[in-house]
Design a protein around this ligand. Structure first.
Ligand code: YXS
Length: 265
């Protein structure tokens, strides 16, 4: 199965006041490449000019993997922050978090790496029993970024965040529901109808109030003050990690389809 052209990477459908964006590159398991993410951001931007009250973000119906996360082939091979402010994934996260109407992630299939951050950046998550969520930077030796970690803090218990990041093990759907990561866990046969009904309910509400409440919740949760010197120390620690031989080994092992040998250097 060959990769889809850029124009087909993200499909957009608008029905009434509900838009559905579908990640549409199953051949590459919806790897969050620059092309796919630019298409997602462009799709969101195009919806701003329309009377859309809710967005549903999903993978195409044939996808067994919702998304494998960041396209590892596009990660910088050292000497550059792999999750810098201008990184396509970071731009997409900001586009969703700053989008004026609620974005509901509808999850059928497994979610990996930065795609977990993408799903968590949506306003609500409806998943079915096939869903799982794996945060995987330690599989690559990648120093996750501070903004990204903030998306987990205040949302999940710290001990769960640490287990997810330190083990990189997929969190099963029922555990994601137990920890309230997903708003609703429904049988896969009901996933679309349930998500659509949730969206329809929101679409009947006062859009100006919904938008301003979403933006207030974003700024209250995203803008946590941090001392400049502390941030610089963390950035210096992260630089040592993304400059490390281990990060290089993590990427090479993925590309060579073998297990990595991390030596702590
Ligand atoms: O070999 P071809 O060319 O057919 O391509 C294969 C895989 O190489 C490709 N692919 C990816 N390409 C780029 N980036 C990826 N993350 C990625 N994952 C997969 O897709 C084609 C089909 O993959 P395959 O054969 O493995 O599919 P599968 O159905 O047997 O297995 C599905 C998975 C998800 C179990 C498997 O693809 C997998 O474990 N992928 C890696 C998931 C992962 O570790 N993602 C984290 C990416 S890094 C990231 O998101 C953040 C930066 S962080 O590291 O901080 O979390």
């Amino acid at each position: 199965m060959s990769e889809n052209p850029a124009s087909e990477m993200v499909s957009v459908a608008v029905e009434g006041r509900i838009a559905t964006l579908a990640l549409n590159n199953s051949a590459k398991r919806n790897a969050l490449s620059k092309v796919l993410l630019d298409a997602l951001i462009a799709a969101l931007d195009s919806l701003k000019a329309r009377d859309v009250r809710v967005v549903i973000l999903r993978a195409s119906a044939d996808a067994k993997v919702w998304s494998v996360g960041h396209d590892i082939r596009e990660l910088p091979h050292g000497h550059e922050d792999p999750l810098g402010y201008a990184d396509p994934l970071e731009r997409a996260l900001r586009a969703i978090r700053g989008f004026p109407t609620p974005v509901i992630a509808m999850v059928h299939g497994t979610v990996w790496g930065g795609a977990v951050d993408l799903v968590l950046s949506c306003d609500m998550i409806v998943a079915d029993e096939t869903a799982s969520f794996a945060t995987t930077p330690v599989n690559l030796g990648l120093p996750y970024n501070t903004t990204g970690l903030l998306h987990f803090i205040g949302r999940l218990p710290m001990n769960l965040i640490k287990e997810m990041f330190f083990t990189a093990m997929p969190l099963k759907a029922e555990d994601a529901a137990r920890w309230h990561i997903v708003n609703h866990l429904v049988p896969s046969v009901e996933l679309e109808s349930f998500t659509w009904a949730l969206a329809e309910g929101i679409a009947t509400k006062a859009p100006l109030a919904v938008t301003v409440i979403k933006e207030q919740l974003r700024v209250l949760s995203d803008y946590q003050p941090i001392a400049a010197q502390v941030f610089e120390r963390i950035q210096d620690m992260r630089r040592k990690v993304y400059d490390s031989a281990d990060f290089q080994e993590g990427i090479n092992a993925f590309l060579e389809k073998r297990k990595p040998e991390f030596r702590g250097i």
